[in-house]
Design a protein around this ligand. Structure first.
Ligand code: HEC
Length: 91
């Protein structure tokens, strides 16, 4: 189930850590070190670092501008671990 529909957007393992999820779904556009690339930087001092968790969750769930939506790729606990990872790196 899902293997073909998942296409080029992988579905993280149910117990994947926030970092693993980030590397799998986000790093190709935001950089392995959160420094940005195709998408804006997400690390310390970035706009995202000054936004609340709801901003991050809405962006990830629905997409934003040219960023695709990931709502169907992530369970609630995976979303929490991913946001936790971003917050940890943002300092
Ligand atoms: C295909 C490239 C791509 C992927 C993959 C991607 N993003 Fe993005 N992301 C973007 C682009 C482009 C923007 C800027 C959108 C805009 O404002 O027009 C963005 C914006 C954002 C923002 C808002 C940044 C700001 O300062 O406004 C956050 C937060 C974010 N992305 C998080 C993530 C996370 C977490 C993932 C992984 C689940 C992810 N992105 C995956 C391209 C991507």
């Amino acid at each position: 189930m899902g293997a073909i529909l998942a296409g080029c957007t992988p579905t993280p393992a149910p117990d994947a850590s926030g970092e693993e999820i980030y590397l799998q779904l986000c790093s190709r556009c935001h950089g392995e070190d959160l420094a940005g690339g195709i998408g804006p930087a997400l690390g310390p001092g970035s706009n995202s670092a000054s936004q609340d968790d709801e901003f991050l969750e809405l962006t990830i769930t629905r997409g934003r501008g040219r960023m695709p939506a990931f709502g169907s790729n992530l369970a609630t606990d995976q979303m929490e671990r991913l946001i936790g990872f971003l917050r940890e790196r943002q300092g």
